[in-house]
Every structure is written in C-alpha cells, then in structure tokens.
Design a protein around this ligand. Structure first.
Ligand code: CA
Length: 226
C-alpha cells in the first residue's frame, strides 16, 4: 500500500513542490498548514510519516513534534523535520523533540524521498513481524511458521509472502498486477499468470477448508475472505 504522508508546512510553494515530488514517487499526501489542521488530519487518518516544518505560525514544529510523541495513539509515527536552520544545536533540539530525521532547506527532492523511504523501512519492520491470524490460520513472520488449526503448513517463500499479504489485508480484492507490485515488488518483471500459479500452490498447501479463504474474484483478482 502507498504510504500516507502528512506535510505540515505553512509555505504554499514548498507544500506544492513536496506534494508534486512525493505523489510522483507513489506516496499518498495530506497537507496541513498549521498545528490545528495537522492534529485534525492525524485524528482522521492513518498517517505513516510526517514531514514537519520547523517554523510555523502558532505552534512551532518542535512543539508539534513533542505533542505527537506524548499522545498515545500517534506517538509512533515517524517524523522528518524540515528546516532552514542548519545550526548543529538546532539539529539536536529537533531530534530531542522526537523527530527521527532532519532535512535542511533547501534540499533536493531526490534526497528527501530517499530519506523518507529509509525511515519507512526502519520503522515498518516491527509491525511486519507481528503474528497474524485469520480463521484457523496463524502466521508467525519471525519463525516463518504457518499453522492451520493444529497442523503445520509448509510454504515456499513466495507463497509465504502472498499469504502474509492477504492475512494483513483481508476482505479486499487485489488485481494480479497489484499483487505483483505489492508482494513481488515494483521493479521485478514477472508475468501476471505467475500470480495464478502461486495462488494455486498456496491453496494446495492447505489440507483443510482454509484453502477456501483465498478466493478468486472474477474479472477482478483475488481476495482473502471467509
Ligand atoms: Ca515555514
């Protein structure tokens, strides 16, 4: 899924530049120009990362960062601070307020995108490592163990990734090309029918009715559903 980024920045031109570049890199963007609209956006959306300007009208970036770190529901959202200040002590202050990274204006969009991706990678694995359950199926990403009720299920690496993806995105239909993007990764060229082959193998790995959870949706793709 595209990561959702909240840009908190009062300068419209900077916001537009960020929006343009980040959307081009496949991110979903929400914008806020001050702390109030930012907190509203955080309440109403599941944000994956925050780009936070230092100098803002009303509450400053540092205050917003501290506020986020002290609110239980949103305290884990990674934050990158954007600022014109290049002073070392400001950098420390920014990081102490709870920001995970720091980018000094003017910055190259390419560098910012690289930092965003790195931070998302750094902060995402924990969630990816959680044990997931669906119906009688339990999947443990740490041990790579899958059980169906009491019995073990042996899966190849691709089937394991596919099952993990379906279990973490239940009840939603994904087309073959979406699955290739999201499970195999965007840069790999694989034919769409490869997906069908692995789905078939995945279903065959289950001896019980659990195989029926992986459903074909005619003309649309595949879905995990009971
Ligand atoms: Ca500003």
């Amino acid at each position: 899924m595209a990561a959702k980024i909240l840009i908190i920045e009062d300068e419209k031109a900077v916001r537009e530049m960020l929006c343009f570049n980040l959307k081009n890199n496949g991110f979903e963007i929400l914008e806020a120009e001050d702390s109030n609209s930012a907190l509203d956006a955080l309440k109403e959306n599941e944000i994956n990362l925050i780009l936070l300007d230092w100098m803002l009208p009303g509450k400053q970036g540092i205050e917003i960062s501290r506020l986020i770190r002290s609110s239980s529901e949103i305290k884990d959202i990674p934050i990158i601070m954007l600022t014109a200040k290049s002073d070392e002590s400001d950098k420390v202050l920014g990081l102490e307020s709870g920001a995970d990274d720091y980018v000094t204006k003017p910055f190259s969009p390419k560098e910012l995108v690289a930092r965003i991706k790195a931070l998302l990678r750094r902060t995402a694995p924990q969630k990816d490592m959680e044990v997931v359950k669906y119906g009688n199926i339990t999947l443990n990403p740490m041990t790579h163990k899958v059980t169906d009720g009491d019995s073990n299920v042996e899966l190849g690496p691709t089937e394991f990734k596919l099952l993990h993806f379906f279990m973490t995105h239940p009840e939603r239909v994904f087309s073959r090309s979406q699955l290739l993007d999201l499970v195999w990764g965007r840069n790999i060229y694989v034919e769409e029918r490869t997906v069908d082959v692995h789905i078939l193998r995945l279903r065959k790995s289950f001896v019980s009715n659990s195989s029926k959870c992986i459903q074909t949706v005619r003309g649309a793709g595949y879905r995990m559903s009971n």
